[in-house]
Ligand binder design. Structure first.
Ligand SMILES: Nc1ncnc2c1ncn2[C@@H]1O[C@H](COP(=O)(O)OP(=O)(O)OP(=O)(O)O)[C@@H](O)[C@H]1O
Length: 301
């Protein structure tokens, strides 16, 4: 699959503080790429570097196979629409007036703006002042303004932030529709659940580094389900294995993380040698949430 964006060793240091480090992003064309990470992990900084709003300290960015340089920047950015931080509309103007402004600024024809407004389903709300819009409507207007130039790539920073479940659902459907229509969408979130099934490719950032990049299936394949050992003495059993394994008591059982089959057999025989009664040993089905917790060191998303 061709990549719309690739980065090589992309990094940003503010004064002496490394905020983003060694990022090798691969954003396949036509997908929704979920860019996930806890608050402060460097998502916004990365997106700003992709948009030339922040100058990288290290590394390179390629967009549509071409290096992002001073000489190519203008043209490449012409293919990217973005919504970073607050929706970029004037509250005292109506939706229509905001759309007209952008239309004039970018010298776009009516067909494009009409299509963008329809895509986000705002056509019936254009005569309202933007300050009277709900947050979800403001976000959708922001996305429409970004879409008006018909970009190949749309970069959205936390577009679901602060929305109610219906608003989140609307944005999710919109992103899927856009990708189905061929637009590549790079969307960030610190809440896994908000992107979850919408994104076909995930990039997970923690402390400025890419912890994982790939499909959801690849993510699951990497993770070994926890082992649960049922015993009448979970505390003693957990203490016995805690030195060499990640073990904790969970609902009356011992939960062990990251054990392969051989290690499981080793733990069981160790416990039996220590005269711990074992009623059962099983693997626990893990949720995507658990996998993220592991990756981000328990800070979650
Ligand atoms: N201009 C700046 N100068 C100094 N430090 C900065 C600057 N911009 C961001 N940072 C720091 O870089 C780190 C990463 O911030 P960034 O906004 O990229 O993270 P994020 O993952 O997008 O988090 P959030 O979801 O909270 O926006 C933060 O600790 C932030 O304080």
């Amino acid at each position: 699959m061709p990549h719309l964006i690739t980065t090589h060793e992309l990094g940003k240091t503010y004064r002496n503080r490394v905020v983003v480090e060694g990022l090798d992003l691969r954003v396949p064309e036509g997908c929704v790429y979920g860019f996930l990470g806890p608050n402060g992990s460097g998502k916004t900084t990365t997106m700003k570097m992709l948009l030339s709003l922040v100058r990288p300290t290290t590394g390179e960015i390629h967009v549509m196979g071409r290096p992002m340089r001073r000489s190519t920047r203008r043209e490449l950015l012409g293919h990217i629409g973005s919504l970073i931080e607050a929706p970029p509309a004037y509250g005292h103007l109506t939706g229509r007036e905001n759309v007209r402004l952008v239309q004039r600024l970018l010298a776009l024809d009516d067909r494009r703006t009409t299509r963008a407004v329809r895509t986000v389903r705002l056509q019936d709300h254009l005569d309202k002042r933007v300050r009277d819009y709900s947050l979800g409507m403001k976000q959708r207007l922001g996305i429409a303004l970004a879409l008006a130039r018909e970009p190949r790539l749309l970069i959205l920073d936390e577009p679901t932030n602060g929305l109610d479940p219906a608003g989140i659902d609307e944005i999710r459907r919109l992103l899927t529709r856009l990708a189905d229509g061929g637009t590549t969408v790079l969307v960030s979130s610190h809440l896994l659940g908000e992107i979850d099934r919408t994104a076909t490719v995930l990039g997970i950032l923690g402390n400025g580094r890419l912890l994982f990049q790939g499909t959801r299936d690849q993510l699951f394949a990497r993770s070994v389900p926890d082992v649960l050992i049922e015993t009448p003495e979970p505390r003693r059993a957990a203490a016995l294995v805690a030195r060499s394994h990640r073990a904790r008591v969970d609902e009356g059982a011992v939960r062990l993380t990251g054990l392969d089959d051989a290690a499981t057999a080793g733990v069981v025989s160790h416990l039996v040698r220590e005269s711990v009664d074992i009623y059962g040993v099983r693997r626990d089905a893990r949720t995507l949430e658990d996998v993220f917790m592991d990756l981000t060191g328990g800070r979650g998303l």
